[in-house]
Design a protein around this ligand. Structure first.
Ligand code: SF4
Length: 242
């Protein structure tokens, strides 16, 4: 008996512009998987993590949708796309269709996969749910998140596999010092990255104050890193499907 065709839990697909990272501003088709192995306190897509919605879609259907979108760049995002094995045939099919693939991942899981830009966003301590978070009444996710959020072996393997990559850190613009110390410590444990691969993105779906943005920009200038805006928020607001 032949295996059933691969499927993925999908929260949404849409075509917009990439708002973040080295390809900010590029028209892109987004495929957002539903489900994540982390629970960031400030997650801006809770419908793909804390309360995953959507249903199973066939990989062939997702490839057809990307081809029909009329844009060349496809972003596989989530949730956490790398926890789902069928992400591999999806990426392979998109590659066969001549499309450019970005994968957005927290970097806790490694798998060998076709990808043109591996966008890795390691989660800092600022992401861990607080004790007493009403979404996590027994603290189960708080513990699991803290155990899982940094996997140096997976991060290194992703860097080794993908010469086109970025390391995108969500930082608290109003409490930058501990975040920078944590990033500096993590980067000393990783090999082969370049300063231009490192991006700082202020946390929050409303723009930080100009002064806070300037602090983040100053840290980027001092280290040769990049400031990462959220163009889609600036253009559309914090609206789903954009
Ligand atoms: S890793 Fe991403 S999708 Fe998962 S909880 Fe954190 S911000 Fe949300």
């Amino acid at each position: 008996m032949s295996a059933p065709p691969p499927t993925l839990p999908i929260s949404e697909t849409f075509t917009s512009i990439q708002g973040e990272g080295k390809l900010a501003g590029v028209p892109s088709h987004f495929i957002r998987v539903s489900g994540c192995n982390l629970r960031c306190a400030w997650c801006d897509t809770p419908y793909a993590s804390w309360n995953p919605d959507g249903g199973l879609r066939a990989v062939t259907d997702l490839i057809a949708g990307a081809k029909a979108s009329g844009v060349r760049h496809v972003v596989l995002t989530g949730g956490e796309p790398m926890i789902f094995a069928p992400i591999e045939p999806l990426a392979a099919g998109l590659r066969d269709a001549g499309l450019h693939i970005t994968i957005e991942t927290a970097g806790t899981v490694h798998r060998t996969i076709a990808c043109d830009l591996m966008s890795i966003s390691p989660k800092l301590a600022n992401s861990t749910p607080a004790a007493g978070d009403p979404r996590d009444p027994h603290g189960t996710w708080r513990r699991q998140h803290e155990e899982r959020r940094i996997n140096v072996g997976a991060l290194q393997a992703l860097l080794d596999d993908h010469p086109q990559r970025q390391l995108k850190f969500v930082v608290r613009a109003d409490a930058l010092t501990p975040d920078l110390a944590e990033i500096d410590a993590l980067l000393t444990r990783l090999r082969g990255w370049s300063p231009e691969d490192v991006l700082l993105m202020p946390e929050g779906v409303s723009p930080p104050t100009p002064g806070n943005r300037q602090d983040v920009a100053a840290a980027c200038v001092a280290r040769g890193w990049r400031f990462c805006p959220r163009l889609h928020i600036e253009i559309y607001g914090n609206v789903r499907g954009t």
